[in-house]
Design a protein around this ligand. Structure first.
Ligand SMILES: C[S@@+](CC[C@H](N)C(=O)[O-])C[C@H]1O[C@@H](n2cnc3c(N)ncnc32)[C@H](O)[C@@H]1O
Length: 403
């Protein structure tokens, strides 16, 4: 799994297919070890390098076995004897002796209890430059923690009742935060009254004006935001290029008894028959804002990938702008912590499109703890609401067509 993620750029969810033949507990353990290794990789490699005379190649079996062993010892609390006993069979001959020796040395020295692992160097540099030291420190703390679980509800009264019955906390309308638990064990899972959605991911749809009748949800699947828009009473057209992801969107709508018109199409060539009152563009992006649940995004989001994703975002935004009625709102969002995919896209858009201006969230539209930037957009960074379980990183801007 780690090889597929680190060398081939797969997602951890995608790479999890390697573990599909394992029993459920073994599969869960394999995923936990892979996740923990990715959360702590720079620190694990520093430990390994500090105990070897010659630097082991990045993709050598010995380094991989050591990473897995150390991730378990530091992150999962696995006892030393079990760490050694499960690492050694992964390598043969000379590498096995090396792994045995290095693990022995490190375990004798005593392993650090790292509650705030370093992120990959390139990511830290970029974020330090964009957001400052304190955000990098907060991101380090957050990558080691289990994020809270947020649910979005179809019905506001049901959310309030659920919060009080289940020791949850409502941080926004129709939203409840619970301490991480098994989703399927939460009451009402089968009934479709709620779905899992990070609070940050639920914010863009909240900026669609309630009186907008026809709403386009562009790049919609798997549909957390489509469900929000449908639950708020809009007539929703949901477009996505991925047929598989749209099938999940259909299942989600069926489960929650909500409706939308689904279109499988590439937004770079598709065009609608008419214009919309409002458009939500939740653009494909590097997804670095989701690093708490998907630590591999930090390795996948190389500068070239961020640049090509920014180019796609700019094109999608310009196309969507042409499909909006005068007076309508276009909400642009990305779950990214890269200014290149957020602030820079919207700044360039406004410089080109004289008929658009930013409209900041009005009081009451967003939870009070969120303050828009002076430019009117909303930037969610690591560190926000940290004590209460944090938020995914996001960038959100509402662009209103003035003429
Ligand atoms: C950030 S995800 C959307 C998440 C979704 N809005 C939600 O709330 O569940 C981005 C989506 O864009 C879709 N996508 C990527 N390129 C696209 C394109 N050229 N046209 C249409 N959809 C595209 C992907 O299939 C993916 O589902």
């Amino acid at each position: 799994m780690l090889d597929a993620v680190l060398r081939k750029g797969q997602t951890l969810d995608g790479a999890a297919s390697f573990a599909r033949d394992l029993s459920p507990p073994d599969r869960a353990l394999a995923l936990a070890i892979a996740g923990e290794t990715l959360r702590r990789l720079p620190d694990l490699d520093t430990l390994v390098d500090g105990a070897t005379r010659q630097r082991l190649p990045d993709d050598s079996k010995a380094r991989m076995a050591l990473r897995l062993a150390l991730a378990q010892a530091i992150g999962l609390g696995t006892p030393a004897h079990a760490v050694v006993a499960t690492a050694l069979p992964l390598v043969d001959g000379g590498p096995r002796r090396l792994v045995h020796g290095v693990l022995g040395t490190l375990l004798r020295r005593g392993l650090p209890q790292s509650g705030a692992p370093r992120l990959p160097e390139q990511v830290e540099q970029r974020w330090r430059q964009s957001w400052g030291d304190s955000v990098v420190e907060a991101a380090r703390r957050q990558i080691a923690k289990r994020p809270a679980l947020d649910l979005t509800f179809v019905d506001a009264a049901a959310a309030a009742a659920f919060a009080s019955a289940n020791d949850g906390r409502s941080l926004a309308q129709r939203q409840v935060r619970v301490q991480s638990a098994s989703v399927t064990e939460l009451p009402g899972f089968g009934e479709g009254g709620w779905w899992v959605q990070d609070l940050a991911a639920s914010l863009p749809a909240r900026l669609i004006p309630s009186d907008a009748s026809e709403v386009l949800d562009l790049c919609a699947a798997p549909g957390g935001k489509t469900m929000q828009l449908a639950a708020a009473g809009h007539r929703v057209t949901a477009v996505d290029a991925s047929g598989n992801r749209l099938r999940r969107l259909r299942e989600n709508l069926d489960r929650t008894h909500l409706d939308a018109e689904l279109v499988t199409a590439d937004a770079l060539s598709w065009r609608p028959d008419g214009q919309f009152d409002a458009i939500l563009l939740d653009a494909p992006c590097s997804a670095t804002g989701t690093f708490r649940r998907h630590p591999e995004v930090l390795y996948r989001a190389r500068p070239a990938i961020i640049a090509s994703s920014a180019e796609l975002q700019a094109t999608l935004l310009a196309r969507a702008a042409a499909w909006l009625k005068p007076g309508g709102s276009l909400v642009y969002a990305v779950c990214s912590l890269e200014a290149q995919e957020g602030e820079e896209i919207v700044t360039a858009f406004l410089a080109n499109e004289r008929k658009f201006k930013i409209e900041a969230p009005a009081p009451g539209e967003f939870p009070e703890f969120l303050q828009p930037a002076e430019q009117g957009w909303v930037r969610i960074l690591p560190g926000l609401l940290e004590e209460q379980g944090g938020l995914d990183g996001f960038f959100i801007a509402r662009l209103v067509r003035t003429g």
